[in-house]
Design a protein around this ligand. Sequence first.
Ligand SMILES: NC(=O)c1ccc[n+]([C@@H]2O[C@H](COP(=O)([O-])OP(=O)(O)OC[C@H]3O[C@@H](n4cnc5c(N)ncnc54)[C@H](O)[C@@H]3O)[C@@H](O)[C@H]2O)c1
Ligand SMILES: C[C@@H](O)[C@H](N)C(=O)O
Length: 346
Amino acid sequence: MRSVLLTDTNTFEHVTRERPDPDPDEALVRVTDVGICGSDVHYYEHGRIGDHVVEDPLVLGHESAGVVDAVGADVEGLTAGDRVAIEPGVPCRRCRFCTRGDYHLCPDVSFMATPPVDGAFAEYVAWPADYCHPLPESVSTREGALCEPLSVALHAAERGDVGVGDTVLVTGAGPIGLLVAEAVRAAGATDVVVTDVVPEKLARAEARGADATVNVAEEDLEARVRTYTDGDGVDVAIEASGAEPAVAALPDVVRRGGTAVLVGLPTVEEVPFDVHAVIDGELDVHGSFRFENTYPDAVSLLADGAVDVAGIVDFTEPLDRLDTAFERAQDPTTVKGMVRVADVGD
Ligand SMILES: NC(=O)c1ccc[n+]([C@@H]2O[C@H](COP(=O)([O-])OP(=O)(O)OC[C@H]3O[C@@H](n4cnc5c(N)ncnc54)[C@H](O)[C@@H]3O)[C@@H](O)[C@H]2O)c1
Ligand SMILES: C[C@@H](O)[C@H](N)C(=O)O
């Protein structure tokens, strides 16, 4: 089967590999669609993310979907021909985090495209069948692949305990921020304010229904938020940029008793944070890491038309042009690039 390896920084090698045989509990999936995540681009450019270092050739891509080709002997409920979204993180299923339901916090999770676990820029993937989520007819395989960033967003909205009538600030209008805006809307938020520093990204947020946008390169965020909320601050702020000023601003823009959620990963070691404001205002500050049990909800929301993921896509390239796809993904105005691996999906 065709597969693409990251063999060095900025270097993909197209190779032919043995098609994997599914284990008894696995499905063999013919991959159709893979989204390019910022983390894929980071590994491509730098060969590492923090302590995760690409030491051996690695297949990137963890936002994927496809069509089941075959299943292992013990698999029930999935058959060849089923279209599935592939959940990329499989935990150990035994540790205290797994057994108490927080499987995304499992320290031994195998996460696609995180060294040494191969991802989905390949014709076939063998993956535990219970982490392959069937798609109804109304949900395309492209949308199935984007259940991954949507899951990050749904988990963040849940961590923020976003409820009906809330005013939510989303900092960063990349794929995660735009999908957080969708997720909080689905959770009942009635006012969604989105920030960025790139005008094209803010235009995307506006076109997708943001109630207000703030270009924080030009405007004072705290002043805009105070004006928008009659001086109170927002009920929930979800940080989805990783930018140090956006993280540092959280205590200034959340109302007393409100919630701040940290999704974006700062690239600097330390970020100043006003702890006094957190204590004085009794703010809840929550981290949000990947997701758990979100795929069924993501699929249902897509089937109901309650969220839009396909609209964040800027371009689709075939697997043969993976280098071009990664170059296009690095354009600061790009939100999401997709790779079409096989034309058997929809
Ligand atoms: N916690 C998790 O599980 C998880 C999962 C996926 C991604 N992430 C992280 O979430 C962040 C967002 O991911 P993404 O794929 O959308 O990234 P992205 O880089 O595509 O988008 C980030 C956006 O933030 C904007 N930005 C830059 N400075 C800003 C500022 N000061 N204020 C507001 N916006 C600003 C950028 O212009 C960009 O549009 C990244 O840091 C990523 O590493 C975390
Ligand atoms: C969650 C996922 O999208 C992210 N890139 C990670 O590896 O954690």
